[in-house]
Design a protein around this ligand. Sequence first.
Ligand SMILES: Cc1ncc(COP(=O)(O)O)c(C=O)c1O
Length: 388
Amino acid sequence: MRLIALTDDQLRAGGGLKWGRAPGDVLPADIAELDFAVAPPIRAALSASVDRSALGYPDYEAGAPVRLAELFAERTRRSGGWRPQARAVEICAQITQALCCVILAFTRSGDEVLVHSPTYPPFLEAIRSLGRRPLLLPVGNVGDDAVKAAWAGAERARRLRLILLCQPHNPTGHVFDLATLEALADLAEHRDAVVFTDEIHAEIVYDGTQCPSIASVRGAAARTVLFTSAAKSFNIAGLRCAVGHFGSDELHARFRTLPWHLRSGASALGIAATIAAWESCGSWLDQLREQLSVNRIRLADFMSTFEQVRFTPPAATYLAWIDLRGAGLDFNACDVLLKAGKIALQPGSVFGASLDGFVRLNFGTSEARLEKLLQRFGKALDSGYGKG
Ligand SMILES: Cc1ncc(COP(=O)(O)O)c(C=O)c1O
């Protein structure tokens, strides 16, 4: 089973958001989709479902969904070292959907939701559009001054009801260490807040970094809702399947008070593909990690040649968070790279206010295409375009 890089033509024909939206002369590296063919066991599972016409409503209480819940519990026991109960698992269509449901079930209008900044945009949208208030905490470890200051704000917050974590963090690729998770667990206990942890990127971690889950931290476990999926690591986001775990029966029961159609909806194909990914794609995932590790090192070497660029290689994810403020691009970094370099990156501004000088680059691609991207990136910076 080999990792196969798709050609530009294949990717453009594939209809994904990343390549589908990019004009013909632009190389896209914005949306978090991979430029690799879907792993063979996933393709086989999807074909088998179609061949058997197994495309009716999934029975979430039996068959494949139950197998998926058990698989999640087994994998977590092996890789995470803690013991989730399969009966505490809930299968939804999307993690962001589950987050919206948790916000509705556990908070009220005007309540505060603690979330790290920069923030994955759908998190902010979910919090704000449901009438809750984001309380921003800078990404960093507990000892950092900025974090300490924000912490004091969180401790004073009157209506903090939910702590939202993205572990590992999108867009920075930061992995929160155990001490930080323990501090968040204390805060959650102290404020009697629920914790939601999105661990969709936890399978792509570099250099043996430990990626602990707050769901296993004493004090937080019973108040934590964890969601993950195979969507990012296996590039199957369009199939709609996310797997959640509730740290207590009480949390689970409260989530289930929401209408079924609001909190459910994983597709039969998404469930089949996620089982195939987690059961049979270990060696494919290893190859992906190797390729991404090579890309990450190349990216770090390349960025280090520019004095004006600040870049810390991510500890996890295939996303690079690049600070271009020193290049004089405080207000328009993404625009300049698009116009002068013909590359589409994700603008920092979508991750929070005053972040226009940052860009997020998705390096989940072949070495050859990454090289092209970097050449164009360098050309755009050297062009002087966009400087005041
Ligand atoms: C942190 C994070 N959560 C969730 C998602 C999307 O997952 P879903 O479509 O299941 O909401 C992404 C996609 O990039 C992500 O980066």
